[in-house]
Ligand binder design. Sequence first.
Ligand code: HEC
Ligand code: HEC
Length: 310
Amino acid sequence: MIRKILKWTGITVLSLILILAIVVASRQNLQFNAPYPAITASTDSAVIAHGKEIAYGPAHCADCHYAGNADSVFKLGQEPALSGGRVFELPLGNFYVRNITSDPVVGIGRYTDGEIARVLRYGVRPNGTAVIDFMPFHNMSDEDLTAVISFLRTSKPVRNPVPDHSVTMLGRVINAFMIKPVGPTGEVPKSIPRDSTAVYGKYLANSVANCVGCHTNRDMMTGAFIGEPFAGGLKFEEPGIPTLVSPNINPNTPGRIYGWSQQDFINRFKMGKTIPYSHMPWNSFKRMSDNDLKAIYNFLKTLPAATTKK
Ligand code: HEC
Ligand code: HEC
C-alpha cells in the first residue's frame, strides 16, 4: 500500500516537474508588443556631436558596452569602442553586453532606427523579447534619443561578435514568468532645454546618468526602490573587491555632499575616479560639461531633506 502511494506520488511529482519544464521552455521567447518610437537618425553634425557627448558622458554607454577597462582608455584621452562583450555574471545567468557599433553584421547596423529606439525606451529587443532592465533610458527625450542613435550610426564598425546570453535554470524560470519589458514612467518629453536649471538636472540625474539608480537603496531581488531617493545605501557586492555602499548625495542632509558648493561638486567630478574599483562611471561623468554638472547640483539642492544621514 505504502509503496503504491510512494510510487504514485513519485510519478505525480515527476509529471509536475516535466510539465513545469515544458511550460518554462515554451515561455523563453515570449514576444512583447511595444511601439517603435518615431525616431529617425540625423546626419546633422551638431546632432551627432550631441549624441556622442551623451553616450560618452552622462549616459556612460562605454562603462558597460566595452569589454576592456574603459577607465584606462578614457585616461589616455580616447573613447572606448562600444563593441560589447563585457559579461554580467548574475544568479540568472551570464549576460553579455551587446556590440552597438555600426557594424552591419554583429552591431546595430543590422537594426532600424525604430528597433534601436524601442529597445532603449521600451525594453523590447529587435526580436520581440524583453531585455533585462540594465539600461535606465526609458524616459530619455526624443531629441536625445535621436542624437544617441545618430551618433551610433556614425561610429566606426567593429566586427566583434558577442556570445548569446547563457541563462541558468533559475534564470529560465524567472524569464518564463517574471521578466517583463520596462518602459517610460509617463509621457516622454520631446526635448528639454539644456540649461543649468534644476529641471534639466532632474532629467539628467533620473533619465540619463542614473544617479538615482545607484544612489537609492533597492531590493536586490526585484530592483524596486526601497530607500529615500538619492539618500544612498545601495550595496555593491562583488567577489574579489571590497564592498562599496553608495553614499547619501542629498545636499540638504548631513550626507556626503552636505556643505559642498556648486564649485566643489564640479571639482569633484573633474577629478574622475579616485577609488579604482568604484562602480560609479566617474571617467564618463568627468566629461560632462560644467553646465550639466551645475544643473545636477541645482536639482539635488531642491530635494527635501532625507532622514537617512550617511
Ligand atoms: C549598466 C550597463 C549598460 C549601460 C550603461 C548601457 N547598456 Fe546597452 N546594454 C546593456 C546590456 C546588459 C545589454 C543586453 C541586454 C539584453 O539583451 O538583455 C544591452 C543592450 C543594448 C542594446 C540592444 C542591442 C542588441 O543587439 O540587442 C542597445 C541598442 C544598447 N544596449 C544601447 C546602449 C546605449 C546607446 C547606451 C548609452 C546611451 C547603453 N546601451 C548603455 C548594458 C548597458
Ligand atoms: C553605477 C552606480 C553609480 C552611478 C550611476 C552613480 N554613482 Fe555616485 N557613487 C557610486 C558609488 C558606489 C560611490 C562610492 C564610491 C566612490 O566614491 O567612487 C559613489 C560616490 C559618489 C559621490 C561621493 C564622492 C566622494 O568623493 O565622496 C558623489 C558626490 C556621487 N557619487 C554623485 C553621483 C551623481 C551626481 C551621479 C549621477 C550623475 C552618480 N553619483 C551616479 C555609484 C554610482
